[in-house]
Design a protein around this ligand. Structure first.
Ligand code: S3P
Length: 437
């Protein structure tokens, strides 16, 4: 049985913290290290359930991965060295694992099947099956929703392609680019709005011939690379929870620093939106690691005001909308957020989940097909909430519980392990009154 969290009105967060490694970059570092020639040293890989699924799948295809606490060694076998897995590949709750692996595997000489948990098996795969099929791959879905298998036939020679994606999705773009490593000729993807660009940055750092023009990425042919070092920055999507907990705390003494967080521009939409709401945010110690910007983020308690969120910022804040909704609920006025229909197909239907759960706390919120309006208010009441098995919903509700008047119970919170192991003790170190029931 998945656990329940109990959160009560808490003293102001204070202190300096680190958050675990970036989830998106961790998946990619493992995959690119596995495809390199020889060993790569990876520091600060996120050891969460989602990332462990990617590591296990690589192991099932013959990759040796040694784990020594925060230092992982991946023994790369080169682009052509993966071995056929004996069993179905299990991706757990991880959309990134399923979609990136399907792209990579569609270009191998062998076939395989991939599956996931109930939530993942219901998430759309046509968005990657269509472009991979256009490249000549043979990928299909079999079984009903709860037991879906993605069947990759393998043994196909993939062709060059230009693809205009109907969705801004880094998972779609990355699946195509990974398959593109096996194409002689160029493969390019244009998105309606630019999604996170970690794959293309990593490919560039590894020496691939990749060009980026606006929201179009082009990979020109195959390329191989040697093992190397990868340093993973802290995950801004995880930092978002203690950051917002501090910003919305009414005590002016609330102030924290989160150190060495990834600040890639395709990920910082939340910070831009919060700043436009009047959040006191200062960034220092900016530096570049392997083409990825990182730095330290200071925040203090801030009286924020509502905004109309610019829909162009949604892709760069896509995973942060649940916690942004909590910030908006504490701001003065009505925040309007639209252009976020993608939230309907995340780990849960996040628009529905946000609307249902924040309403329980007495927060006025109105649902739209692609977003919501939230009226800021104080004196949130306690409530019995549910996470929908969605890690970001569970953590957002825990943050809300830190300033609600009554106790907030959140059911089914083991999902937090998919992205943020150590969330509860970390929040406790910031004075949160949070415990398991
Ligand atoms: C991710 C991309 C995003 C994001 C997900 C991680 C990635 O999904 O929501 O949590 O690592 O590529 P989409 O690409 O579907 O937008």
């Amino acid at each position: 049985m998945s656990r329940t969290l109990i959160v009560s009105k808490s003293p102001p967060p204070q202190g300096t913290i680190f958050v675990p490694g970036d989830k998106s970059i961790s998946h990619r570092a493992l995959i690119f290290a596995a495809l390199g020639n020889g060993p790569s040293e990876l520091t600060n890989i996120l050891p969460s359930e989602d990332v462990l699924c990617t590591a296990n799948i690589l192991r099932q295809m013959g990759i040796t991965i040694d784990v020594d606490d925060n230092f992982w060694t991946v023994h790369g076998v080169g682009l052509k060295g993966l071995r056929p897995p004996k069993e179905t590949l299990y991706c757990g709750n991880s959309g990134t694992t399923l979609r990136l692996m399907t792209g990579l595997l569609s270009a191998q000489s062998f076939g395989c099947k991939l599956t996931g948990d109930i939530s993942l098996n219901q998430r759309p795969m046509d968005r990657i099956i269509e472009p991979l099929t256009l490249m000549g791959a043979k990928v299909s879905e079999e079984g009903d929703k709860s037991r879906r298998r993605i069947v990759v036939k393998g043994g196909q020679v993939l062709k060059p392609m230009h693809y205009s994606s109907p969705v801004a999705s880094a998972q779609v773009k990355s699946a195509i680019l990974l398959a593109g490593l096996y194409v002689s000729g160029s493969v390019s993807v244009t998105e309606p709005l630019k999604s996170r660009d970690h794959t293309e940055r990593m490919m560039k750092a590894l020496g691939c011939d990749i060009s980026i023009k606006g929201s179009t990425v082009t990979l020109n042919g195959a390329h191989s690379w040697e093992g190397r070092e990868f340093l993973i920055p802290g995950d801004l999507s995880s930092a978002a929870f203690p950051l917002v907990a501090t910003l919305i705390h009414p005590d002016p003494q609330a102030a924290i620093t989160v150190c060495q967080v990834g600040l890639n521009k395709t990920r910082t939409g939340l910070l831009t939106i919060l700043e436009s709401m009047g959040a006191k945010i200062t960034i220092s110690n900016r530096h570049d690691v392997l083409g990825e910007l990182m730095g330290d983020i200071d925040v203090q308690s801030s009286q924020m005001k509502a905004v109309k969120v610019d829909p162009h910022l949604i892709p760069s804040a896509i995973d942060e909308v649940p916690i942004l909704a909590v910030a908006a609920a504490a701001a003065r006025g009505t925040t309007e957020l639209r252009g976020a229909a993608e939230l309907r197909v995340k780990e849960s239907d996040r628009i529905k989940a946000i609307v249902e759960q924040l309403s329980k706390l007495g927060i006025p919120i109105r649902e739209f097909q692609d977003g919501f309006d939230i009226e800021g208010s104080t004196n949130w009441r306690g409530a019995h909430c549910r996470s929908y098995g969605d890690h970001r919903m569970a953590m957002s509700l825990a943050v809300a519980g830190m300033i609600a008047e009554g106790t907030v119970r959140i059911e089914n919170v083991d999902c937090i392990e998919t992205s943020f192991p150590g969330f509860v003790p970390l929040m406790e170190s910031l004075q949160a009154l949070i415990r398991y029931a």
